[in-house]
Design a protein. Structure first.
Length: 332
């Protein structure tokens, strides 16, 4: 029986379309994948009739990064890390903003793939399958998202949330609200996982609200819902949501932390200078950006494993927006 493209795809553990691109449009397939496809084709004796054989890729000296919201200072930290690390190897960085739209993310990565050696994709909202397709078209590293088979850098949001709940439980809070982020957000799922596991262990009741857009306005809406639920502490998806909640609590005459404690996530530069300064989880954004570029360059040089997942630690920073609940203070 003659060898078919299906046989090569199975041997190389890639899709049929990836095998086809490896022969007909080699510039759309990353070097490691092309090498695996060609090796499988050679072993099986497969030859694509009339198709040019892909040769070694020519490096451009450019990499790309796509972020989901350039207006969020969280991504500014990531970009700073990416640029600092790329500069060490004299690599230029092209960046783009997807506005948290999956279709825009796909188009940006596909267009960048023609101009750069690889792409760092930060906090993508695409499905796992969509990301795997893109990983067959360019050397791809995910940041703040984990998909099996695609190299990634993740910040340990689940452990960060564990630290938050343990902090609040130690202060005496037993009923808290969580103002959740976007429904499709991998980071939000990681936060909720840490929240549920730790709350059960400490006997803390958590009332969840959302999804909210991960911006200031999301916190304005969420604060009203949390107050109506009669909680003593509010945990926000990120610092921007926390700032919105703080503004709304102030507008309603609810003192923080005298009546309600508040915790954010990210440790943006404004967290330390808000009034009062915000208790939050520090996310190593610059370190994550540096690590993502290091892995990307390692993949391009054949020195990194494409199944690599690197987890970076997060840590709680206690400031002035958390305190024991009012009833506990009165009893004391």
């Amino acid at each position: 029986m003659s060898v078919t493209i299906h046989d090569v795809a199975r041997r190389a553990n890639v899709s049929i379309s990836t095998v086809s691109r490896a022969f007909t449009s080699p510039d759309l397939v990353r070097q490691q994948t092309r090498t695996r496809v060609l090796a499988a084709a050679h072993e099986l004796g497969y030859h694509a009739a009339g198709a040019p054989q892909p040769g070694p890729a020519v490096r451009t000296g450019h990499i790309g990064i796509v972020v989901s919201d350039l207006g969020n200072p969280f991504f500014t930290g990531v970009l700073n890390g990416v640029q600092a690390r790329a500069r060490q190897d004299d690599i230029a960085v092209l960046f783009a903003n997807s506005d948290e739209d999956p279709a825009t993310e796909q188009n940006l990565v596909r267009r960048m793939a023609k101009q750069v050696d690889g792409v760092v994709l930060c906090s993508p909202s695409m499905t796992d399958d969509q990301l795997r397709v893109l990983a067959g078209q360019t050397t791809l590293v995910l940041l703040n998202r984990e998909v099996p088979g695609i190299p990634s850098i993740v910040m340990d949001a689940a452990d960060g949330m564990r630290q938050v709940i343990e902090h609040l439980a130690a202060l005496g809070h037993r009923r808290c609200a969580y103002l959740g982020g976007p429904r499709a957000s991998w980071a939000n799922r990681a936060r909720r996982q840490g929240l549920a596991e730790t709350a059960d262990r400490h006997g803390t009741e958590v009332v969840e609200f959302g999804p909210f857009p991960p911006v200031f306005e999301g916190g304005l809406q969420g604060a009203d819902l949390a107050l109506a639920a009669d909680v003593t502490a509010i945990v926000a998806y990120n610092d921007l949501v926390a700032f919105g909640a703080l503004a709304r609590l102030n507008a309603r005459g609810v003192p923080v932390p005298d009546e309600v404690s508040l915790v954010g996530f990210d440790d943006l530069v404004f967290a330390a200078i808000s009034a009062p300064p915000l208790t939050t989880i520090a996310m190593p954004t610059e370190a994550a950006g540096r690590a993502a570029v290091t892995i990307l360059l390692g993949l391009l040089d054949g020195e990194a494993d494409e199944h690599t997942t690197q987890v970076l630690d997060t840590h709680l920073i206690v400031r002035a927006t958390t305190a024991p609940p009012a009833l506990a203070r009165r009893r004391a």
